[in-house]
Design a protein around this ligand. Structure first.
Ligand code: MSP
Length: 536
């Protein structure tokens, strides 16, 4: 977990959340996709010098978890404890996720506050008792409308299927408590209108607006046929609907009802990252709950697309056996973090393929970036005894590199830091890397080195300084995406004694030319991105 700088006490945090994941099973590539994206976003903002709060966690109540635990012969709490400690937290650590907190919905700090929140809505007249009958999808933990159901085929002939899970829905009939969601349609539409940035991307926003325009039904917010959940405070025969319970994590984890100061410094979220499957919960129900309670709304709900396998949303059942660990074993953690954000436009669906990952790893990470770093380090070692020379002949070709860097840094900041266009931001840095490689090919320092004249040696020094200074900037600009290789490169360049730790290099300064002083001790470390083993 990352510490938040104490010098920033009292200022508002840039608050980013992931969905809290169901712990019915171990995390897979799809969960890791959203969590890595949030980690890159928050690391980027930290490196801008901002105070940041990055929250993730687990959603542990509801029927889905209860049934899984039953099927495994343990209590739901035992099941959740085991999965969280043995699967979820270790994976986030392995992937270098620097979350500031991890909330579990079975924690008392959460359940007590959920009860208070719901009681408050009840006291305000926002909740009433009523009956409901309809098709329910347990994997979604959601009532479906008849119109959206699919007709089953084969083994499910004659049954109605959930459009997301392609599994039969169950008919439920219950006496429940209802939240007056229908009263919020107009207010929500007005909010979307006044804050066009509230839902991203544009296609997701349009979908939500369309949906709300058709009018909203009141929402059943309690269940009485099972008891794995937070009890309704005024009627303990009911548990609170798992989605109401879950959405509230974004408030309870940052001090709602317990630490007013922290709450004010953090809430509401700057960005709720969500998969598009759960967009409506975050862009319709969650803001309506907050309006009903008089709390401020999040600034942005950003929907990522789905990682697909064989044309379907990747899920535990159609993963074809690939786990995040399998990929990190082969490609390394940094490359894993980089690949999904680099290869898929955030907000769009994308397919994972082992071949595409290998090809991009080899061409962009190993050849373009890794080789550049090792060649430059080797030449500074060979020609200048590892002491970074001075660039006394900075000319037109060097200025083109300096300008290219300034452009790349600006673009990466705009795209990653503001637009959540990770692919675009990373591409800006890798285009710059290509430019530096082109510069080296043109300048051919290995040829210049053969001429021992003072003039040629000066030229050689300028070329190698230019390449090393470019790498200094790459380490800073790629640190949020690939912290391990960036740290290695920082070490290789001998940058720390002169410039301080990598984590303290500010994004705003990254594009400024000439920060790395001559004289740093350049060493040739291990390859940043070793050649892949031929096992696959
Ligand atoms: N527990 C709810 C969320 C509650 S948030 C208040 C839930 N959990 S989940 O375990 O099903 O995880 C859903 C999230 O995982 C998605 O919204 C998405 O962020 C991520 N993904 C799961 N599968 C995915 C893909 N195949 N592709 C991309 N992201 C995916 O829903």
């Amino acid at each position: 977990m990352a510490a938040t700088g104490s010098e920033q006490e009292g200022t508002r945090a840039y608050y980013v959340s992931t969905p809290i994941y169901y712990v019915n099973d171990a995390p897979h590539l799809g969960h890791a996709y959203t969590t890595v994206a949030g980690d890159v976003l928050t690391r980027w903002h930290r490196q801008r010098g901002e105070k940041v709060w990055y929250l993730t966690g687990t959603d542990e109540h509801g029927q889905k978890i209860m049934r899984t635990a039953e099927a495994n012969g343990v209590t739901p709490q035992e099941w959740c404890d085991k999965l969280v400690e043995e699967s979820w937290k270790p994976l986030w650590e392995h992937l270098r996720i620097a979350n500031d907190d991890f909330i579990r919905t079975t924690e008392k700090r959460h359940t007590d506050r959920v009860r208070e929140f719901v009681q408050d809505l009840y006291d305000r007249g926002e909740i009433y008792r009523g009956g409901y009958e309809g098709p329910y999808c347990v994997p979604c933990e959601e009532y479906k409308t008849y119109g959206e159901l699919l007709d089953g085929e084969g083994e499910w002939e004659g049954q109605k299927l959930c459009p997301i899970h392609k599994k039969p829905v169950e008919m439920l009939k219950e006496e429940n408590y209802f939240f007056k969601l229908s009263a919020y349609a107009e207010k929500l539409l007005a909010h979307y209108e006044a804050h066009p940035e509230f839902i991203q991307p544009e296609s997701a926003r349009n979908e939500v607006v369309q949906f709300v325009r058709q009018g909203l039904e009141d929402l059943s917010i309690s269940r009485s046929t099972f008891d794995w959940g937070v009890k309704i405070p005024w009627d303990d025969k009911h548990v609170i609907y798992v989605w109401i319970d879950a959405l509230l994590n974004y408030a309870t984890a940052v001090g709602y009802g317990s630490d007013q100061k922290k709450f004010e410094e953090t809430f509401p979220a700057d960005v709720h990252l969500v998969g598009k499957d759960i967009l409506r919960f975050h862009a319709v129900i969650w803001p309506a709950m907050l309006m009903a309670n008089g709390l401020p709304l999040p600034k942005r709900v950003a929907a990522n697309g789905w990682l697909m396998v064989g044309g379907e949303k990747m899920s535990k059942s159609n993963l074809t056996g690939i786990s995040p660990h399998e990929l990190t074993d082969h490609f390394g953690v940094d490359a894993y973090r980089w690949y999904f954000l680099r290869a898929i436009a955030f907000g769009q669906d994308g397919s994972f393929s082992w071949e595409d990952f290998s090809a991009r790893y080899t061409s962009e990470l190993a050849n373009d970036y890794g080789n550049l770093a090792s060649r430059v380090a080797a030449m500074v070692g060979k020609y200048f005894d590892g002491a970074l020379p001075e660039a006394t002949g900075h000319g037109e070709a060097e200025q083109a590199i300096a300008d290219g860097l300034a452009r790349a840094a600006r673009e990466a900041d705009e795209k990653i830091g503001e637009q959540l266009d990770f692919a675009g931001g990373i591409a800006a840095v890798f285009d710059f890397i290509k430019q530096v490689n082109g510069y080296l090919t043109e300048q051919a320092p290995w040829k210049v080195a053969k001429d021992t004249s003072a003039e040629a040696q000066e030229r050689l020094a300028t070329i190698l300084y230019t390449a090393a200074e470019s790498l200094r900037a790459c380490a800073v600009l790629l640190n949020a995406v690939m912290p391990e290789s960036s740290a290695k490169l920082w070490e290789t360049l001998g940058a720390e004694p002169a410039l301080g730790p990598l984590s303290e290099q500010r994004i705003a300064d990254a594009g400024q030319w000439g920060r790395l002083p001559a004289g740093t001790k350049v060493t040739k470390g291990a390859a940043l991105f070793p050649r892949l083993e031929e096992t696959k």
